[in-house]
Write a protein that binds this ligand. Structure first.
Ligand SMILES: C[S@@+](CC[C@H](N)C(=O)[O-])C[C@H]1O[C@@H](n2cnc3c(N)ncnc32)[C@H](O)[C@@H]1O
Length: 463
């Protein structure tokens, strides 16, 4: 493996807590261990500087095929390291095209921070961590209002509306009383980091839900149409349940389960405030919910967001970098639970689509759990490519792992998150009809490259 690709792989492994830097360097197939170790160490040391330069130069937007970790390594080498010295191949040619802009952005950063040497950019206090740069995302609760009305309200309060974002850089550049509409979710408003809206009347009235963008993706990707039956298996405190209810327009049914009575109580308050009327809450172990129970006969959609280490949570990352790293035993126990609960969910007879999500960065709770569940389902389910244009993908530990998506402050300006979308492969129905894909029992997702497994015009109709 070439030096830069190896360094990017190690960097990705370190950031997703797959192992120590040293361990991953030794585990890589790159022979010059010393050289690889030094390059990753230095890239990591300048991580915040590199993020700032890459973002303001718009590099990832211009070069869609360039993955964030590789970009970081290459930009380090170009601007702060020893230069490519004959290495780099096609990536060097690509970076050469952006060289002037990248250099200008580094120079601008130095002027902005009032320093002259690259080293000085590392001073403590001069580099706020990426978690503190994540914007404040606000989901408009469409059960109570609409984006236009919420935008008008903020404008009347003196906020300046900047329109719909066209890139990640737009979100990162927000300042003062400016706000945007997110480029992906039409009901998501974006404010500068640290904007506090907990006392805002629209929030208090349930018109707004303070919810990170990554945490809005599971319900969006599950996309249950109005009228359908949905299970939210581990539901409290209920942000995703209220999002599901908004997508259902309160038509259909959500069966929401959680074990924790206290969390369920605050969930009941949240749902009432949000105007949710299609949800049945139950204080129950989801593992004890029988898939053959008549009540769940029509459940085609399951959202599974089980307990996890929370290693991607912004609050933990803000406390202290690395504070969320769980012990090996805790990880093993969590992963075993997640695997059981996911495999259980996949046994519901009418299930067509399931979204599995965690706010963990650990491969053990994410790709490993998904791979084990796929194997256990013996081909009944496959992964659908979730938001193919999303820049941060699952770690390639098995062939379809890239269909999963990951999120992090560094790569997507959100909290750390992982999502996998399962779709049934076999149609569990008595009838098979031919017609346009849009008449599928489970509607295809517009944002999910969902090809119909029976061919472009054959669709199954579930019983
Ligand atoms: C990550 S939180 C869910 C957050 C929620 N989806 C949201 O968006 O607000 C995980 C939840 O799973 C619940 N839980 C853990 N084990 C469970 C089980 N066996 N059955 C049902 N709920 C469970 C926990 O009490 C916790 O509230």
């Amino acid at each position: 493996m070439a030096l830069y690709a190896a360094a990017a792989a190690v960097l990705a492994g370190v950031e997703s807590r797959q192992g120590s830097l040293k361990g991953l360097v030794y585990a890589s197939s790159f022979q010059n261990v010393k050289q690889l170790y030094a390059l990753v160490c230095e890239t990591q040391r300048y991580s915040a500087v590199l993020d700032a330069v890459i973002t303001s130069a718009g590099l990832l937007r211009a070069e869609k095929k360039l993955r964030p970790h590789l970009a970081k390594v290459l930009v380090y080498e170009l601007l702060l390291g020893r230069g490519f010295k004959g290495r780099g191949g096609r990536w060097k040619a690509l970076l050469d095209r952006h060289q002037a802009r990248l250099k200008a952005e580094l120079a601008r950063l130095k002027v902005h921070r009032g320093v002259s040497r690259n080293e000085d950019l590392l001073e403590v206090g001069s580099k706020p961590g990426p978690a503190s740069q994540v914007p404040r995302f606000v989901r408009v609760n469409t059960l109570k209002t609409c984006s236009e009305d919420a935008i008008d309200y903020f404008k009347r309060q003196g906020f300046s509306y900047q329109g719909r974002a066209s890139s990640l850089e737009d979100l990162g550049a927000l300042k003062g009383k400016c706000f945007l509409l997110d480029s992906l979710l039409p009901e998501l408003l974006v404010f500068p980091a640290q904007t506090d809206l907990h006392e805002h009347p629209l929030y208090q009235a349930g018109h707004l839900i303070l919810q990170d963008k990554a945490s809005c993706l599971p319900a969006m990707l599950l996309a249950p149409p109005p009228g359908s039956h949905v299970i939210d298996a581990c539901a409290a405190p209920g942000n995703k349940t209220s999002h599901l209810a908004a997508l259902l327009k309160n038509q259909g049914k959500i069966f929401a389960f959680d074990l924790d009575a206290k969390r369920l109580a605050s969930m009941a308050t949240l749902l009432t405030r949000a105007g949710v009327s299609c949800c049945e809450l139950a204080e129950q172990d989801f593992l004890a919910v029988s898939p053959s129970d008549e009540r769940y006969r029509q459940v085609q959609y399951i959202l599974l967001d089980p307990s996890c280490s929370g290693s991607g949570m912004l609050t933990r990352q803000l406390e202290e970098p690395g504070a969320g790293v769980p012990s090996k035993e805790r990880l093993r126990a969590l992963a075993a639970f997640q695997q059981r609960v996911l495999s259980h969910a996949l046994t519901f007879p009418a299930l067509q689509r399931l979204v599995y999500s965690t706010c963990s960065l650990c491969q053990e709770e994410n790709e490993d759990v998904v791979q084990a569940a796929l194997q256990q389902s013996s081909g009944a389910f496959r992964l659908a490519p979730a938001l193919p244009s999303w820049p941060h993908r699952g770690i390639s530990t098995f062939p379809d792992a890239g269909h999963c998506l990951r999120a992090s402050p560094e790569t997507t300006l959100t909290g750390g998150f992982f999502i996998a979308v399962f779709e049934r492969v076999e149609v569990p129905s008595l009838q098979v009809a031919c017609g346009p894909v849009t008449s599928c029992g489970t509607p295809p997702l517009p944002l999910l490259q969902s090809d119909c497994f029976n061919g472009p015009s054959c669709v199954g109709i579930s019983a």
